[in-house]
Design a protein around this ligand. Structure first.
Ligand code: MOS
Length: 744
């Protein structure tokens, strides 16, 4: 029997998604449904001096208008923790509609509820709000001198300052030194599905259908905010239409939907508009990173300094951890890293795919390219001289590595060897052609809570596996049928995965590329426990052909329990279950990563290569091809893994060349608030993307050795493109995105 894991199994949710039978959180029909519309503040800083709701309240079909004047106070504001922790995870520690203060433009200041969506939207336009406006700070230029070094960032999980060795010494030992500053536009999440929550109360019990990366984080957050026992809140999220970190935290709208539903005594649907997505679910912050590389003449890094400056909100200290991977991927002995934050009139920034790793490695890998040029060395050779089998921050060996193999296989597929390093050395008509490469790395995150799943075998020989996790497009529901199939010796067609509901065994929010690893660990543990229970019953059953056999010698194949290596022996599960009057048999699995990595450092590695063509007259950049080689541990399903990595690489292209939002400094409002002016890469931008999977064995991270593929595809992709742009044009553009103006 060929193992199911490792096969390119088609998505189990493909058919419901393309036929439309999949119900998303804004598509739940409930009797008596009412509809809520959010109203956002028009100023970035100040106070609401009056809010006249009369006209809105008198509009047809309006059931309620909630403002800070009549919204009940929240019970408690949970602390800001990453949702991977499995606890409450509000995106920011500010909850709106509690007082008259405006902290940022778009801040929710009212919720209008009506009997139809259109009436709610219309009435929302009838509010008359007066403000006392104050000057706002939103841009790097405004906040630069107000910055401080925080104690910690990222929900308290990372220090504000890090170091190793002695930076001064490293600089003194060097022959070459490079200083470079990189700037980054802010980015906004734009998954296809805008966030939405449908809320319904029955007695004191609340049910929410929520578009989320983690039903448990929605449950825990809303319970805390409303002062409800967690057991009274059920969150269902069968389908989530993309997320990329934007639905990793629980923003205000699920709790507001619940408050609105309680107020009007009817179920309430609250869907954000595309425009509201730009001010209601965090963003990747505008930032500036300054990097200093010092190296010996033969290309060994002796010192690395990496500083980052970025705005955070008035209530939380958040920066995406841009220094992480860049500080660990090379064995540079002397290091100093520092975050600087200033308080700005924005939301708390949040996770956005490859949060920090993509921006930090853009700076690092562009600087490495520049260093290679200074040293007259091939950029790939410079990397090879500096990679390290141990984490330079701790000295611990990587639980698995594979970086060299990624370089080798990526370079081979790309045709890197024999590259003429001279800028502007290739031309095709009016196109200048260039190639570039970069390293990729992404940490392997571990949840703090036990991850659980249930496996139930029916006497008809099919298995149902259950876990709370939603599938927001990653393919996790498909992959988990494969994991269960192998543990139970069944074909995947006989395995079903039920998920996306807090009524099922608890799984933390799938963030930080941790989903496949932690959920497969729970499912594998549950399915293995079920297998052991089956075998124990067979060997103890006097009527079983396996009676008295050593349980360790029994294996499961094709729905049968047989003596290892002898498929003719034993009996089917169905036979035994019928004889024992068992309609089904089930087991709960709980995987507790608690004990940690046993002296290992956890990281996924990869290598990126890109070829660009730059129009010599117009400055237009076309990415012609990209090759990425990644070593994500075990690959559960090469089709879904490749799809994730390809998506990440294309997003890297978007970051390098397209995605940008800017604050209008005078008003403190985002310039872009639609897909018309916030550009994401589309099919016409996407080149031929070649993804190479380098499997490495990892016995540390989790039972199946899965390191995850959700974000690493994006890391280094932008740098490979920027380096290719330099190779094509001779221009070093130290910013994200690189736009036409930069190349004219
Ligand atoms: Mo991912 S940006 O950690 O949801």
């Amino acid at each position: 029997m060929t193992p199911a894991v490792g096969q390119p199994v088609d998505r189990v949710d493909g058919r419901p998604k393309v036929t439309g039978s999949a119900r998303f959180s804004a598509e739940i029909p409930l009797p008596g449904m009412a509809y809520a519309a959010l109203v956002g503040a028009h100023i970035a800083a100040g106070r609401i001096t009056s809010i006249d709701t009369g006209e809105a309240e008198a509009a047809e079909g309006v059931l309620a208008v909630l403002t800070h004047e009549n919204t009940p106070p929240i019970a408690a504001q949970p602390p800001l923790l990453p949702s991977l922790a499995g606890t409450a995870a509000p995106g920011q520690t500010f909850f709106p509609l509690q007082d008259d203060v405006v902290h940022y433009a778009g801040q929710h200041i009212a919720v209008v509820v009506a009997d139809t969506h259109e009436r709610a939207q219309h009435a929302a336009s009838l509010l008359h709000v007066r403000y006392a406006e104050e000057p706002s700070v939103t841009t790097l230029d405004q906040g630069r001198d107000l910055a401080h070094v925080p104690e910690a960032i990222f929900g308290g999980f990372m220090p504000g300052r890090m170091s190793r060795g002695d930076l001064r010494k490293g600089i003194d030992e060097a022959d070459v030194r490079l200083d470079a500053t990189f700037t980054y536009a802010a980015n906004n999440h734009n998954p296809i599905e805008p966030p939405a929550t449908t809320a319904s109360w029955e007695g004191g019990e609340l049910t929410l259908w929520d578009a989320t990366q983690g039903v448990t984080s929605t449950q825990q957050t809303v319970a805390a905010l409303l002062g409800l026992p967690v057991s009274r809140v059920r969150v269902v999220g069968h389908y989530t239409g993309g997320s990329f970190g934007g639905k990793a935290m629980t923003w205000h709208h699920p709790a507001l939907a619940a408050i609105a539903a309680r107020t009007v005594g009817r179920p309430v649907k609250l869907a954000l508009t595309r425009e509201q997505m730009f001010t209601s679910m965090g963003h990747r912050e505008e930032q500036e990173q300054t990097i200093m590389l010092a190296a010996t003449g033969d290309g060994r890094l002796t010192a690395l300094r990496h500083h980052k400056l970025s705005p955070t909100s008035h209530f939380d200290e958040w920066a995406e951890p841009s220094l992480g991977v860049a500080s660990q991927i090379y064995g540079c002995p002397h290091y100093e890293g520092e975050y600087r934050l200033f308080r700005a009139n924005t939301m708390t920034p949040t996770f956005m795919r490859a949060p920090g790793e993509a921006s930090g490695m853009f700076a690092m890998e562009c600087a490495m390219d520049e260093l290679a040029e200074r040293l007259g060395m091939d950029p790939l050779e410079l990397r090879l001289r500096n990679i390290t089998a141990t984490d330079p921050m701790t000295g611990d060996p990587w639980s698995s590595w594979g970086l060299e193999e990624c370089y080798r296989r990526g370079a081979e597929r790309f045709g890197w060897a024999g590259r003429d390093p001279r800028p502007r050395s290739r031309r095709e008509g009016h196109w200048m052609i260039g190639t570039g490469m970069a390293s990729a790395g992404y940490p392997v995150a571990q949840p703090l809570t036990p991850q659980r799943a249930r496996a139930r075998l029916y006497a008809d020989g099919t298995v149902l596996v259950q876990a709370a996790t939603p599938d927001f497009g990653t393919g996790v529901a498909t992959v988990m049928t494969q994991v269960a199939a192998d543990a139970l010796g069944l074909p995947v067609e006989r395995c079903r995965f039920e998920n996306g509901d807090t009524a099922l065994p608890q799984i933390a929010a799938a963030v930080g590329s941790a989903g496949a690893g932690m959920i497969s660990a729970a499912v594998h543990t549950a399915a293995t426990a079920l297998r052991d229970a089956l075998v124990a019953r067979a060997v103890a059953d006097a009527e079983s052909p396996l009676h008295g056999a050593d349980a360790g010698a029994v294996e499961l194949r094709d729905g049968r329990m047989v003596l290892r290596g002898d498929p003719g022996t034993g009996e089917s599960y169905a036979e035994m279950m019928h004889r024992q009057f068992l309609p089904d048999l089930e087991a709960l699995g709980s995987w507790n990563p608690g004990s940690g990595a046993n002296g290992h450092a956890l990281m996924t590695f990869g290598a990126q290569f890109a070829e660009v063509a730059v129009d010599a007259d117009l400055g237009i950049v076309r990415v012609r091809r990209m090759v990425g080689a990644f070593a994500p541990g075990r690959v559960l399903n090469p089709k879904t893994a490749r799809s994730q990595l390809m998506g990440g690489m294309i997003w890297g292209l978007g970051q390098a060349l397209l995605e940008a939002n800017h604050m209008e400094a005078r008003t403190g409002r985002w310039a872009a608030s639609s897909l018309g002016d916030y550009l994401v890469a589309v099919n016409a931008d996407a080149p031929d993307v070649d993804v190479e999977l380098v499997e490495v064995e990892d016995t540390v991270v989790n039972p199946l050795g899965v390191k995850g593929v959700g974000e690493i595809g994006q890391v280094g992709a932008g740098a490979a493109i920027a380096n290719a742009v330099h190779h094509a044009t001779g221009r070093r553009v130290r910013k994200m995105p690189i736009t036409i103006e930069d190349l004219l």
